[in-house]
Design a protein around this ligand. Structure first.
Ligand SMILES: *Cc1c(COP(=O)(O)O)cnc(C)c1O
Length: 362
């Protein structure tokens, strides 16, 4: 039996999805609202606005910071392309700050990248670990910048008791493989009532009441069918996180004596939700060969992400993409590999992953 990097099981949503189907009310309605209210408890904010995917969440959140021509946003270059695409779609000029050994935005390097045009930061809580929110808040207070958290991979992650997505504006994805899924979907979190109201209007054609248009909008709505798929997962999100933490603990224990790797860890004062368990291979280890060998032992791996996000022709020539040297991000992109850690792994599965790893790294 192959152990894949992700395993999607939403069968427990059947009754609720059937209920929506039978009601005939398929578009945004009471289930979307229930999802928003339920998720507000997870991300500990007063308002949550559901949209059609995580990329949209980032776009509308960044647009809500009102970028003007030439305004800059700082993002890490070690992220999914959606972070960059959304920043460009919102009208920003993009700069990059390096990441630390936990794969997360380096606050000091970020501060070095601030110019008099910088307006926002997008820290990415990569693999399920939250950037230190206290440090981010101090930077925000020093610099006056807006912070749009890309929390697409980190539902329920904590930093010093504060939830991912609770600092200023937070963005989550409900894509199929994320820890919380609706197949496709996105959530924006904020404590600011005005921002929440604006996002609700923008996602529905700029309309407050029927045919009362207040601003340029779009159709960014989530459907009740998708919301119904995700709702049952809300009640057991802590269970999912605990199972992933347990698996991460077993993987760490089983691999700690393995030469030539750096294991991921949970920072003190933080709750890592282990969307991915990502190992950094030593220089000289052939990553492609390692993955091939893992496959022969029935274990699927992932590379998130094999190149820096701006390292493609379409961005290299882009007038609003300003590239800086980020040596740590470059090193990590060349050597990272993610192995299965998801909640559906049995103890035997985790053992198989560990054995396959030790076989493959030799
Ligand atoms: C998944 C993801 C997104 C985008 O979410 P979609 O729902 O796929 O649009 C953005 N940023 C990061 C870091 C992601 O992992």
């Amino acid at each position: 039996m192959t152990i894949n990097i992700s395993h999607i099981d939403v069968r427990d949503a059947e009754p609720l999805v059937l209920e929506v189907m039978r009601s005939g009310l398929l578009t945004q309605g009471k289930y979307v609202e229930a999802l928003e209210l339920g998720f507000a408890r997870t991300c500990k904010t007063e308002h949550v606005v559901a949209v059609n995917n995580g990329t949209t969440a980032l776009i509308v959140a960044l647009e809500a910071t009102d970028p003007e021509n030439g305004d800059e946003v700082i993002i890490p270059p070690f992220t999914f392309v959606a972070t960059l695409n959304a920043a460009l779609a919102a009208g920003y000029t993009v700069r990059f700050a390096d990441v630390d050994d936990d794969f997360l935005l380096d606050i000091n390097h970020t501060e070095d990248q601030i110019t008099n045009r910088t307006k926002s930061l997008v820290p990415v809580h990569l693999y399920g670990q939250c950037v230190d929110l206290n440090a981010l808040e101090r930077l925000q207070q020093r610099s006056g910048l807006r912070v749009v958290e890309d929390a697409a991979q980190s539902h329920g992650a904590l930093s010093h008791g504060r939830a991912a997505g609770s600092l200023d504006i937070g963005c989550f994805s409900l894509y199929a493989t994320k820890n919380l899924t609706a197949g496709e979907g996105g959530l924006v979190s904020t404590n600011d009532a005005k921002t929440a109201e604006r996002l609700r209007i923008v996602r529905n054609q700029g309309m407050r009441n029927k045919y009362e248009y207040l601003m340029i909008g779009n159709n960014y709505r989530l459907s009740d069918l998708h919301a119904a798929l995700a709702i049952p997962q809300l009640s057991r999100i802590d269970e999912v996180i605990e199972k992933r933490q347990k698996n991460a603990g077993l993987l760490r224990a089983g691999l700690e004596d393995t030469d030539g790797i750096q294991l991921p860890s949970e920072k003190p004062g933080h709750r890592h939700v282990w969307h991915q368990f990502t190992v950094v291979l030593a220089e000289g280890v052939n990553r492609e060969l390692f993955i091939e060998r893992m496959k022969t032992r029935g274990v699927g791996c992932g590379i998130y992400y094999p190149r820096l996000v701006h390292d493609y022709d379409c961005f290299k020539s882009h007038p609003r993409v300003v590239v800086t040297e980020t040596p740590n991000a470059k090193r990590l992109s060349e050597r990272c590999v993610s192995i299965p850690v998801h909640q559906h792994l049995s103890v035997n599965d985790v053992e198989q992953v560990i054995e396959a790893f030790q076989f493959s790294i030799k």
